[in-house]
Write a protein that binds this ligand. Structure first.
Ligand code: NI
Length: 161
């Protein structure tokens, strides 16, 4: 297990547009393992590669209470959205803060897995929110740009994405 340093708001790497992945090799697999380790260690429900300083279109998400349902999304794109939800959001790159963001209630996403096979992931509620949040990271966007009202201080980070 290898933990990587999580970049924080103000680090210019978080505002860059990430590159598509063209090949999954051992280096990529190691990166994905490290992303999962880093996300679980930080009690996050999602992590995008730029958050550890790698400008590749890869995200990992796990919104399960037990933390045993990882989704690995390479070159993900949202192809369908419906409904709306407004709720609290946080980010491992914005420690100690949270704010209200409106997102779709349901999203359908197409991506590739570690074997570069195309997969489809449908997310509802928290998973939909996490998919939107993480995909925004790949285009250099943080949720703080979308917060409605004040960005709030939080004591715990278990809701961080
Ligand atoms: Ni985030």
């Amino acid at each position: 297990m290898a933990l990587r340093k999580i970049r924080e708001i103000g680090d210019p790497v978080l505002n860059k547009v990430c590159r598509e992945v063209t090949e999954v090799n051992n280096h990529t697999r190691e990166l994905i393992e490290d992303m999962l380790d880093t996300m679980y260690e930080a009690n996050g429900v999602g992590l995008a590669a730029p958050q550890i300083g790698v400008l590749k279109r890869i995200v990992v998400i796990d919104v399960s209470p037990e933390g045993n349902e990882p989704h690995i999304l390479i070159n993900p794109r949202i192809v369908e959205t419906s409904g709306e939800q407004t709720g609290n959001e946080g980010c491992l790159s914005v420690p100690g803060k949270a704010g209200n963001v409106t997102r779709p209630m349901d999203v359908k996403c197409i991506a590739y897995n570690e074997n570069m096979e195309q997969i489809e992931l449908e997310g509802h509620e928290l998973l939909a929110r996490a998919i939107c949040h993480e995909l925004d990271h790949l285009d250099g966007h943080l949720y703080v740009e979308k917060v409605e009202g004040e960005l709030m201080e939080v004591k715990h980070d278990e809701d961080d994405e």
